[in-house]
Design a protein around this ligand. Structure first.
Ligand code: UDP
Length: 236
C-alpha cells in the first residue's frame, strides 16, 4: 500500500454552528464523512478552534477581562470542541487520539512528540485541542505548529471564505481572490485571513498552506483532488 498523504486540517469553531449561529452537527458530519471516504489515501490531524464559544480578543474585550484570562477561556473553548469532535469521529468508527495542550486528563492526553508519532503509526486521526496552551495565540498558529510536529504534506485552513482575498470580501464587492500567493505577500500586505504568526512560522519551515471554504460541499475531497482548490500559500 502506498503511504497515505498527511494533512493538518484546521476547523474553525464556527463549523459547529448552522447559518443562524445555532449549535448544529451538519457541517461537522459532512467533514467527518469526507475524512472517512479518504481513509485509505489521507491521514488527518485536526486542530479545532473555539470561536463558536469564545475568542479571547473579542469576547474578553466585551466582558472587560484581562486579555490573558480571556485567552484562557478561548483555550478551554477549543478543548470543549475537541471532545465533541472526537466523539463524532469515533461514532463513525474513525480511530482518534485526542491531545490537549493544557493539563486536562478527561479531555485529552498531553502533547508530546512521542505521542504524536505513535498515533500516526497506529493510523489514527489526531485531534489537537487547547491551542498552543498559551494566551495571545490563535488556533491558526497552532495548526502550523502541530502540522510541523506531524510532518504533514500540507496544512489546510477550513475557513468561511473560499480563499485569500486582497481585501475583506464581505465588505468589498471588488475584492480579488488570490489562487496563489507567497508568505511574504501575505505578511507584507497584512492579509489577515490567518494571523501573522502562523504565516511567519509556515514560511520559516517552507510549509505549504491552503485556505478554502470548509462549508462548501465536499470541500475536503475537492482539496485532495485539485491542488488549485482554494488559495495556496507557499514560500516562493
Ligand atoms: N487561543 C489562545 N491560544 C492558542 C489558541 C487559541 O489563547 O494557542 C484562544 C484565543 O483567545 C482564541 C480562542 O482561543 O481567540 C479560540 O481560538 P480561535 O479564535 O483560533 O478559534 P476559531 O476562530 O478558529 O474558531
Amino acid at each position: 500500500m502506498t503511504a497515505r498523504k498527511r494533512i493538518l486540517l484546521k476547523i474553525t469553531g464556527e463549523a459547529f454552528l448552522d447559518e443562524d449561529g445555532n449549535l448544529s452537527p451538519k457541517t461537522l458530519q459532512a467533514i467527518i464523512a469526507q475524512i472517512k471516504k479518504l481513509e485509505n489515501s489521507h491521514q488527518f490531524g485536526i486542530v479545532v478552534g473555539g470561536g463558536n464559544f469564545f475568542r479571547g480578543a473579542k469576547e474578553g474585550n466585551i466582558l472587560g477581562m484581562h486579555p490573558s484570562s480571556a485567552h484562557q477561556v478561548g483555550i478551554l473553548a477549543t478543548t470543549l470542541n475537541g471532545v465533541i469532535l472526537k466523539n463524532l469521529l469515533e461514532r463513525q468508527n474513525i480511530s482518534t487520539t485526542i491531545f490537549c495542550a493544557i493539563e486536562c486528563p478527561p479531555a485529552g492526553t498531553p502533547i508530546t512528540q512521542q505521542g504524536i508519532t505513535s498515533s500516526i503509526k497506529k493510523g489514527n486521526t489526531l485531534v489537537f485541542t487547547g491551542g498552543t496552551g498559551n494566551p495571545f495565540f490563535t488556533t491558526d498558529t497552532n495548526a502550523v505548529l502541530r502540522g510541523l510536529q506531524m510532518q504533514v504534506d500540507e496544512i489546510w485552513k477550513g475557513s468561511k471564505v473560499d480563499g485569500v482575498y486582497d481585501k475583506d470580501p464581505y465588505k468589498h464587492d471588488d475584492a480579488q481572490r488570490y489562487p496563489h500567493l507567497t508568505f511574504k505577500k501575505a505578511l507584507n500586505d497584512r492579509l489577515n485571513i490567518m494571523d501573522l504568526a502562523s504565516f511567519a512560522l509556515a514560511e520559516q519551515y517552507s510549509q505549504v498552506l491552503r485556505v478554502f471554504n470548509i462549508f462548501e460541499p465536499d470541500a475536503v475531497i475537492k482539496a485532495t483532488e485539485d491542488p488549485h482548490f482554494g488559495s495556496r500559500i507557499t514560500s516562493s
